[in-house]
Design a protein around this ligand. Structure first.
Ligand code: SIN
Length: 539
């Protein structure tokens, strides 16, 4: 089947949905999403949106905290852009119907690691879900927006797919091929502009706070089409995911214990009840995430334990139940009353600071292609993201992109519709070896968690590279002769993402932000730059 639209949006988190609502004022928008429309990384965001709204805060302080956390690699222009545009975009969300938590009528502000002020606008401990609810409601009543659920993007359509059009150095995107899981067919979606908003990569690790959809599809798709990819070595591990021994339960996602708990006074302890964070940083349990995650990793190794504890009991039962009802309920469901008991926690992969490189409007190096949200590398996060800056980044860049897309749509050349071929699945067949997919997925997760985690070394990275290269090549061979389905597409993307992470990590011969190498424990001036790869430089 062939579909034509003005703008194709791939992904349905806060970036894709807020962009779509704005773009629908001047264009027809088609959103494709892998599962149902509410299933996105945004939906699981507990913390909130960092924004300057209080009189004892300032743009300068928020910018300073962001730059400090980013360890020298933030792009100052991008940081200023998100900080200064935050307050009015929070106002827009409120107008759209988002119910943020309030105290005596004013926005209730939380605090998280690395923030020098209370500035996290939130909806109890389910901020992402509340934002998605309001955005999806507005999407549902907008006649210019169509949402196709259970559609997985396979690859972008560029000159490369079209005979009779010469492949230029600066390629253009004409839409994407997408696999429709319900009808088991591949659709050709032709669009004047395409926006990748596919979220993160957490599923390449064994423990992740990200949902099962977070397999890095957009970044892998962009890479295959020749986009510039930046800073993939900077994978943020959230210090505190609930320890439930997921390896034995086999679930894809670890439950997040929001940093807002530490903002409200919770402290990290070893099993003997000793507080340990002040040994590592004067900010204690509220130090930035890279420091806290490494400290936990070090305590776990030192004591030979599988987790540490987070103690929020001092806050008192009423305040805990009122501020963190979701976390309270979840913990109680597995027998932990967090008003009385300490919570077993372990770091888990949480956020990719790397992604497809874009400018201040979300524009990529490929013509007519934009990228927003976690799949992008805007320069905001540098080597380490400041907590709750990502929903803000997604909102602000979606707003900017929607503005430039308006003029871009008007000036866009006619699409070569007749010349765009449908997906060619000749030479592929159904296989009886689907078990290989889940086996490969598990292998990838094991390799990444064992060798490319919080603390890295040359030995471990090279070991990972050799293994991943073999798996990646095997998957590519399997892919070429097998009819596609979502699992296979995800597996192929995961293998390519891990390859990009390892190659980027090997290129950075220093320790900075989220990338810590025992071979190069110091920061080096010569590495005060982004790590950029393309499919030409890294095959
Ligand atoms: C959290 O609630 O701890 C997550 C917030 C974030 O990752 O920005």
């Amino acid at each position: 089947m062939r579909l034509k639209t003005d703008i194709l949006v791939i992904g349905s988190g806060i970036a894709g949905l807020s962009f779509a609502l704005k773009a629908a004022k001047y264009a027809k928008v088609l959103i494709v999403t892998k599962k149902d429309q509410a299933e996105s990384n945004t939906n699981y965001a507990q913390g909130g949106i960092a924004t300057v709204t209080s009189p004892d805060d300032s743009y300068d302080l928020h910018i300073k905290d962001t730059l400090e956390c980013g360890a020298g690699l933030c792009h100052t222009g991008a940081v200023e852009q998100i900080v200064k545009n935050g307050p009015h975009l929070i106002g827009e969300l409120i107008e759209l119907g988002v119910n943020f938590s309030r105290e005596q009528g004013k926005l209730d502000l939380g605090r998280e690691g690395g923030h020098s002020r209370k500035r996290i606008v939130h909806a109890k401990d389910l901020t992402g879900r509340e934002i998605e609810r309001a955005l999806l409601h507005n999407i549902g009543i907008n006649k210019n927006i169509t949402v196709l659920e259970h559609h997985t993007a396979i690859d972008l359509i560029t000159e490369h797919n079209i005979t009779g059009i010469k492949s230029r150095k600066n390629k253009t995107c004409f839409g994407a091929y997408a696999y429709d899981e319900i009808n088991d067919e591949i659709k050709t979606i032709i669009s004047k502009l395409t926006v990748i908003c596919t979220g993160g990569i957490g599923q390449v690790y064994l423990h992740t706070t990200n949902p099962a959809i977070a397999t890095g599809d957009g970044i892998a798709i962009g890479y295959r089409s020749g986009c510039r990819i930046g800073n993939m070595e900077f994978v943020q591990f959230h210090p505190t995911s609930l320890y439930e021994n997921k390896v034995t339960t086999g679930e894809a996602q670890s439950f997040l214990i929001s940093e807002a708990l530490r903002g409200a006074g919770a402290v990290l302890k070893t099993p003997d009840g000793a507080e340990f964070m002040f040994k590592y940083d004067s900010r204690g349990s509220l130090a930035p995430r890279d420091i806290v995650a490494r400290a936990i990793d070090s305590e776990m190794k030192k004591h030979g334990i599988d987790f540490v504890y987070l103690d929020i009991t001092a806050l008192g039962k009423n305040a805990i139940k009122n501020k963190f009802p979701y976390i309270y309920k979840k913990c109680l469901s597995i027998g932990i009353d967090i008003a009385k008991d300490m919570i077993p926690v372990v770091p888990a992969a949480h956020y990719s600071c790397g992604g497809i490189v874009c400018d201040l409007n979300g524009r990529t190096s490929l013509g007519s292609l934009f990228v927003l949200g976690e799949a992008s590398m805007t320069g905001v996060h540098g080597a380490n993201r400041l907590a709750s800056n990502s929903l803000l980044e997604a909102l602000v860049f979606a707003d900017k992109a929607a503005r430039v897309c308006k003029s871009e749509i008007k000036s866009s050349a006619a699409l070569p519709v007749g010349k765009i071929p449908d997906w060619d699945s000749s030479g592929t067949d159904n296989t009886e070896e689907w078990i290989l997919i889940s086996q490969n997925k598990n292998e990838i997760k094991q390799i990444m968690s064992n060798y490319v985690g919080i603390v890295r070394s040359n030995l471990r990275l090279h070991r990972a590279l050799r293994r991943i290269k073999l798996i990646k090549d095997e998957i590519e061979t399997f892919y070429k002769k097998t009819s596609v389905n979502r699992e296979l597409l995800e597996l192929r993307n995961m293998a390519q993402i891990t390859y990009m992470i390892i190659r980027s990590a090997l290129m950075r011969k220093e320790s900075r932000g989220l990338h810590y190498s025992t071979d190069y424990p110091e920061q080096k001036r010569s590495f005060l730059k982004d790590t950029i790869i393309t499919n030409e430089t890294v095959k």
